[in-house]
Design a protein around this ligand. Structure first.
Ligand code: PYC
Length: 327
């Protein structure tokens, strides 16, 4: 009988729990992932990239995933003070850090009974982040040190002329554009995404980068908030060509770094960032000893599925469907 017994023995199972953080999905991989061996997370990320890209694609791409999905592979931490190690990936590759993903991971670990209310540390390839589980669905994360690298950088973008933006690090590299080319409404999502994509390509062609020639692969537009409870609305374009449904944890951190650099937000003061779908993160920051900021970003996540992903050996799309990354 199809679907049982011997046939199933040939299929590998990948155990996942899905959640969304303020609308943006996260898929936590609990088992069935690649063996990346020991060592710091940055080293294991290099092994993941070099040896197990099929696994990334199988978990993230259609027909099992979607362009908006971020995967989070749970690993043994190298630093034993951490509750878990985590490596983030999406439809285009790997992410150093992911704010919404970290909130999703914390809520998922709580759902599974692996962590309780209180403060925990998670190890990522770009550093340790502290997560405070405030309730089963509410999490505050203390992100990696964030900073503005350059302000008011001009980039020539064919349909728009000169576009000015700040370059900042919030766990990923961002180009932050204050004057959005289109109003930040759901009707404009396609136009916003296309514009952000053009800017990303122009940054690449004009060799405008982060530190050490790092590619700036996230573009963020800002505009007035729709809710009276928020300070600003954003639209965040992600490396695989999808847009963030949440206000983006690393993008909100990059925004705080710019506000701090401009003297527009005091340490400890609250900043509420609204996403293109109207969901919200609240955030604040403190300074570290190196002149950077340590952002705290809070939001809610909800578990929405538990599943075992199956890859049948003769399925032509067992490793996902490659439409092109959009990058
Ligand atoms: O929340 O940091 C974030 C994030 C990055 C990409 C998608 N979400």
């Amino acid at each position: 009988m199809a679907g049982s017994g011997q046939l199933n023995e040939a299929c590998s199972g990948i155990r996942v729990v899905d959640s969304h953080t303020e609308g943006e999905p996260t898929r936590v991989v609990l088992s069935g992932g690649p063996d990346l061996g020991p060592g710091p997370l940055a080293e294991r990320l290099r092994r993941f990239r070099a040896t197990a890209d099929d696994f990334r694609r199988a978990v993230i791409l259609e027909p099992r995933g979607s362009e908006a999905l971020v995967g989070a592979l749970i690993c043994e931490p190298h630093d034993r003070s951490c509750a878990a190690g985590v490596i983030y990936f999406n439809n285009a590759g790997f992410l150093g850090m992911c704010g919404h993903g970290t909130i999703g991971v914390a809520v998922t670990l709580a759902y599974l009974g692996r962590i309780g209310i209180g403060t925990h540390r998670l190890e990522t390839p770009v550093g340790i982040v502290e997560v405070r589980l405030l309730s089963p669905n509410e999490v505050a994360i203390e992100n990696v040190p964030s900073f503005r690298y350059r302000s008011r950088v001009a980039v020539q973008v064919a349909p728009f002329g000169t576009v000015f933006g700040d370059i900042a690090w919030g766990g990923n590299w961002f180009f932050l554009v204050e004057e959005s080319p289109f109003p930040l409404t759901a009707d404009n999502i396609r136009a916003l995404n296309d514009a952000a994509h053009q800017i990303r390509i122009a940054l690449r062609q004009q060799r405008i980068t982060g530190i050490d020639d790092a590619e700036i692969d996230h573009v963020e537009f800002f505009g007035p908030a729709q809710s009276a409870a928020a300070n600003s609305r954003n639209f965040v374009y992600c490396p695989g060509g999808a847009f963030d449904r949440s206000p983006c944890g690393t993008g909100t951190s990059a925004k705080l770094a710019c506000l701090a650099a401009d003297g527009k937000l005091e340490p400890g003061a609250s900043w509420v960032q609204e996403s293109i779908i109207g969901s919200r993160f609240s955030a604040s920051y403190r300074h570290d000893e190196n002149g950077r900021i340590i952002p705290t970003v809070s939001g809610r996540a909800y578990v929405c599925a538990e599943a075992n992903l199956i890859q049948q050996p003769d399925d032509p799309f067992r490793n996902g469907i490659a439409f092109g990354s959009g990058s």
